[in-house]
Design a protein around this ligand. Structure first.
Ligand SMILES: *Cc1c(COP(=O)(O)O)cnc(C)c1O
Length: 471
């Protein structure tokens, strides 16, 4: 399998070459040259596999530069009941007739990002050892991504994490989750500023090419192909659990922000998994819902980006969206480049409403969408608690609310549960008047000793800190 750039760079790369990279050299995103096809006989073979073996089968179709035995061992080491809280890793439960929740949030940080990040940690350690190299991961987080990255990379050989976050702005639970890690290869940096300051620092450091090369700076952001690929697996696992045979269709609803999760669903569907509809659920930051309703993709300004009670979906643009648009326009790299570099770069928007390709987003690619608001979230959390004695988090509530607007008779609807309610306790209290239950292993974490450096919002200060903490 070779990988290409959505913007047409002539070079073709292999999996392990793009594993440790971000964007392609021309600013595009990497995608496989084609999507391997999975037929009914293969689905039948895969149906009863344990999750780790299913992951190995799916990954093998896209990774041919890691020996099979090694890849199998990496999958087996990653997807264990110990790490993910249940032997079936992503258990499905029926909420009401035909509506299911697929649990993706029982990993170390209680959000679905662990599903991919845990694999990435093991792939990084493997590949860095093979090359005899080291990597310093520099990131910016307002919550879920940073903690998932730290829990995936803690104790891994050859990897250090430098994670910036806005000082005092994450929830007390999220701060405690990250700052209580005592692993010497994990460095928390609380920046005196807001999340945008952290992102600007990461950009400034990455743009200093000499520094970047000297200190081997890398990232783990959501455009990483390996992360997306890891997420493809649980669409198969959800499908098998919701159906009894391989001639049935299911639909998925995906609480969405950067379009990574639902893009993995698009890849699974493109491989031949019988998915009828991929429903994109957004919160008040409805960039994606607007596109699927109107054909207009319009990036929001910072002032126009809302702080909501489903904060992991608070995006101004969707960083993985270019992957889908590339497929939507028939894999025309010149067209993708002109949309994202030309129109979007110059005017902050592009308009496909009059393009015949746009209609195919629904007809050929199966996409639908809706949005959900704070009031919807509260009502859905209350209703789910009352009728089903089930507590869901704010992002999953957006998904469930939206899913009910897209039900089709006889087609199971699987809502992806993207986090556990304890991570967003304030809103649960607002909805129910009581705090969510806390898993035993997180009891009292706020009182643990903290390992965090306070730095000014200044790229030079962060560079000096990195330089001072590399061996
Ligand atoms: C990251 C995240 C999302 C959004 O996922 P994308 O892949 O960015 O679309 C939704 N819910 C939760 C809880 C998240 O952490």
């Amino acid at each position: 399998m070779r990988y290409l750039s959505t913007r047409g760079h002539p070079e073709r790369r292999r999996f392990c070459e793009i594993l440790l990279e971000g964007l392609a050299p021309d600013g595009g995103l990497y995608l496989p040259e084609h999507y391997p096809q999975v037929d009914v006989a293969t689905l039948a073979k895969w149906r009863d596999l344990p999750y780790a073996e299913l992951a190995f089968e799916v990954l093998s179709l896209y990774i041919d530069d890691i020996p099979a035995a090694d890849l199998k061992a990496i999958c087996a080491k990653t997807y264990t009941a110990e790490i993910f809280g249940a032997p079936d890793i992503v258990p499905l439960r029926e909420l009401e007739d035909g509506v299911y929740l697929e649990a993706l949030s029982n990993g170390p940080t209680l959000a679905f990002k662990d599903m991919a990040m845990q694999l990435l940690g093991n792939l990084f350690e493997y590949e860095l050892a093979r090359r005899g190299e080291e990597l310093n991961i520099l990131g910016a987080t307002s919550g879920d991504t940073g903690s998932a990255a730290e829990y995936a990379m803690r104790g891994k050989k050859g990897v250090r994490v430098f994670m910036t976050s806005p000082d005092g702005r994450m929830s007390p639970f999220q701060q405690a989750q990250m700052f209580s890690l005592q692993d010497p290869n994990i460095h928390n940096i609380a920046v005196a500023g807001v999340f945008d300051d952290c992102q600007d620092i990461v950009k400034a450091v990455s743009n200093d090419l000499d520094f970047k090369r000297k200190y081997r700076i890398g990232t783990v952001n959501s455009i990483n192909w390996a992360r997306l690929l890891a997420q493809v697996v649980y669409y198969f696992a959800g499908y098998f659990q919701a159906t009894g045979s391989n001639d049935k269709q299911v639909s998925f609803t995906v609480p969405s922000g950067n379009f990574g999760n639902v893009c993995a669903g698009h890849v699974a569907r493109s491989m031949g998994l019988p998915i009828r509809t991929l429903v994109v659920a957004t919160n008040e930051n409805d960039v994606l819902d607007e596109f699927f309703r109107t054909g207009i993709y319009r990036v929001r300004s910072a002032a126009d980006t809302h702080e909501t009670s489903s904060p992991s979906m608070d995006i101004s643009k969707a960083s993985n969206f270019e992957r889908f648009v590339f497929d939507l326009v028939g894999r025309d790299a010149a067209k993708t480049r002109s949309l994202f570099e030309g129109d979007l770069g110059k005017t902050g928007r592009f308009d496909l409403s009059a393009d015949p390709a746009f209609a195919e987003a629904a007809t050929r690619f199966g996409f639908a969408s809706s949005r959900s608001t704070h009031a919807d979230r509260l009502a859905t959390i209350r209703d789910t608690d009352k009728r089903f004695a089930t507590l869901i988090d704010t992002h999953t509530a957006d998904g469930l609310k939206v899913a009910r607007e897209h039900l089709a008779p006889g087609v199971p609807m699987i809502v992806l549960e993207t986090a556990l309610p304890i991570k967003f306790a304030e809103t649960i209290v607002e909805a129910l008047g009581r705090a969510p239950e806390r898993p035993a292993r997180f009891e009292g974490i706020e009182a643990l000793p903290r390992r965090v450096a306070q730095l000014p919002a200044d790229a030079e200060a962060v560079k000096a800190y990195i330089a001072g903490h590399c061996d």
